[in-house]
Design a protein around this ligand. Structure first.
Ligand code: ACO
Length: 331
């Protein structure tokens, strides 16, 4: 890191599509109930994008809000990084579609680390800023997961929602992002996977009939356990590296997958539920978008104040996970 070159969050924004899908909607599709979904996940409703809305359409609204909040014009951007597992198109990257919609010209690329994508994207953007390669970066997490759900599979279709979150990361004299920790374990790749549509199993009439372009989670309980273990371990290791303990954390924002997972992570860290942001009830699991959406909603609800120590942590397919420690500077 160049001396005096740090990165800090200077603006935030998020956007959820209009259509609200309550749990009861799934009762007509699969053998489930509002009660089961609420009890096992903490989710009451989620939003689904309209047919004509793609991931970049949600992302660009969040981006404009974050830019406005930061007082930054799109022309000032040096880079756009978008975390997503549901890109508008395999190529070009969703970040490039966003760039086009913002009407600017700057480098733009996507990061895919599934539900851990935002941790990877903010770590990448921070490295660009700290190295001097960029001063102002738009970091996005955006998903239209409703396009990759199997609405005959009750163990997955009830979990996810669509949405986008954005932060503007800027060069600063004092540190905002204090550090990141990333991890992955490909040995468990099959327990959370979209099996078809890539080079291993390209799209074919058979893959479409088998619904293999949808999220598969054959071992939900294992995913649950690994999520708790890895997020808590990543948080501990990152805090230790930064010379902090869980007691120092003012606000913990875990990936918004499932309220029970989040409570378990906070418990493992000894962080009381009052210090954790659990905001999955109206949003569902929006994968790479979940942390920037929760961050923006917490910020706009007045939960984040300058000087606070904010800890973000994520987990998803890969398996992949991450943690980000931030000294909050944005009023
Ligand atoms: N409605 C009713 N019953 C259901 C539903 C549903 N929507 N989904 C599963 N069940 C049933 C199962 O079929 C099973 O029935 P059986 O006992 O007759 O076989 C029973 O509920 C218990 O299933 P489990 O999977 O053991 O239930 P569990 O309490 O573990 O909850 C859940 C399931 C919520 C999916 C949990 O495993 C979980 O949260 N896993 C992590 C999943 C997750 O968040 N994945 C998202 C991507 S990864 C990430 O973002 C972290």
């Amino acid at each position: 890191m160049t001396v005096g070159r740090h990165a800090t969050i200077a603006g935030l924004g998020s956007h959820l599509p209009e259509r609200v899908v309550p749990n009861a909607w799934f009762e007509g599709l699969v053998d489930t109930s509002d009660e089961w979904i609420r009890e096992r996940t903490g989710i009451a409703e989620r939003r689904f994008a309209a047919d004509e809305e793609a991931t970049s359409d949600l992302a660009v609204v969040a981006a404009r809000r974050a830019l406005e909040d930061a007082g930054v014009s799109p022309e000032q951007l040096d880079l756009i990084v978008c975390a997503t597992l549901t890109p508008d198109t395999p190529i070009p990257a969703t970040a490039v579609w966003v760039q086009r919609k913002l009407g600017v010209s700057c480098p733009a690329f996507d990061v895919n680390a599934a539900c851990a994508g935002f941790s990877y994207a903010i770590a990448t953007a921070t490295a660009f800023v700290e190295s001097g390669a960029a001063d102002t970066v738009l970091v996005l997490g955006a998903e239209v997961l409703s396009r990759v759900l199997d609405f005959t599979d009750r163990s997955t279709c009830v979990l996810f929602g669509d949405g986008a979150g954005a932060v503007v990361l800027r060069r600063s004299e004092t540190p905002g992002v204090l550090g990141s920790l990333l991890g992955a374990d490909g040995r468990a790749a099959e327990i959370l996977i979209i099996p078809a549509g890539g080079s291993a199993r390209p799209a074919s009439p058979e893959t479409v009939v088998a619904r293999d372009h949808s999220i598969r989670m054959p071992a939900g309980r294992e995913v649950f356990k690994r999520a708790v273990v890895e997020m808590a371990a990543a948080c501990r290791a990152l805090l230790e590296k930064a010379g902090h303990t869980p007691d120092d954390v003012d606000v913990l924002i875990p990936h918004q997958a499932n309220a029970r997972i989040m409570v378990a992570v906070a418990e493992r860290l000894g962080i009381g539920p009052d210090r954790a942001v659990i905001d999955v009830a109206e949003v569902g699991n929006t994968s790479a978008a979940s942390i920037p959406i929760a961050l923006d909603r917490a910020y706009r609800a007045g939960r984040l104040r300058p000087g606070q120590l904010v800890l973000l942590t994520s987990f998803g397919a890969g398996l992949a996970w991450g943690a980000t420690l931030i000294r909050w500077t944005h009023a």
